[in-house]
Ligand binder design. Structure first.
Ligand SMILES: C[S@@+](CC[C@H](N)C(=O)[O-])C[C@H]1O[C@@H](n2cnc3c(N)ncnc32)[C@H](O)[C@@H]1O
Length: 209
């Protein structure tokens, strides 16, 4: 039996919006600025094994593979509909990327499997309980010396972002992010050297790397 209920919040909150994801995201989340920055800070080297957790339509997964074609890149997502979109994008580009279905809180990988794990805009979809489980799972699958890189909603960094956060905090599972709790939750899962490297203004609130 699964440890967790097989429930999840899809990319735009409801299934039927999945086909619109790639049309809307670049406009609302500054995707063309933030995702390349995330890939750059990951410092991916030849031969690295990289996991994109909650890969969605695989936009970031594809950027990673293009940035370092000699890395072994895997994307994981729980939603079969979004994975279908991801698979056809990857096939169209002729890239060698593994796409797996699975839960962040129950990763289907052995201990110490990855040099880098990256996750973009996923943790605000997880309940606090599943965040805790997911962070422990990520810590388990990262090799010693490996790194986790995250882009997700963070503590508002100016008045405008604070005002937007008053609204956004009531959606999905964003409140732990907006209250600035993620760094401490990473620490409790075992991670060290936790650093906020960038903060972006978006129409949905501060986006932190
Ligand atoms: C907002 S989308 C982000 C997709 C992509 N990472 C990006 O940056 O565009 C969130 C993704 O997390 C996935 N997701 C939500 N809960 C999950 C879980 N418990 N385990 C794995 N994936 C999950 C959703 O299916 C969705 O594709």
């Amino acid at each position: 039996m699964s440890k967790n209920p097989d429930k999840y919040i899809p990319a735009f909150g409801v299934d039927r919006l999945a086909p619109l994801y790639d049309l809307i995201m670049p406009a609302v989340m500054r995707e063309s600025t933030i995702k390349p920055h995330l890939v750059e800070q990951m410092g991916i080297k030849k031969g690295h094994r990289v996991l994109d957790l909650g890969c969605g339509t695989a936009t970031l997964t594809i950027l990673i593979k293009k940035a370092q074609p000699e890395a072994e890149v895997t994307g994981l997502d729980i939603d079969p509909k979004i994975l279908e979109i991801a698979r056809s994008k990857v096939a169209r580009k002729g890239l060698s990327i593994t796409l797996d279905q699975g839960l962040a809180s129950e990763l289907p990988y052995n201990d110490n499997s990855f040099d880098r794990v990256v996750s973009s805009l996923v943790f605000h979809h997880l309940t606090r309980e599943n965040k805790v489980l997911a962070f422990k799972e990520i810590f388990r699958v990262i090799r010693p010396g490996g790194e986790l890189h995250v882009a997700d909603f963070g503590k508002p960094h100016n008045t405008l972002m604070y005002l937007i956060s008053l609204f956004v905090r009531h959606f999905e599972e964003t409140s732990d992010n907006i209250n600035g709790l993620l760094p401490e939750m990473f620490r409790m899962a075992g991670f060290g050297d936790i650093e906020e490297t960038a903060r972006y203004m978006t129409i949905n609130c501060t986006l932190s790397l």
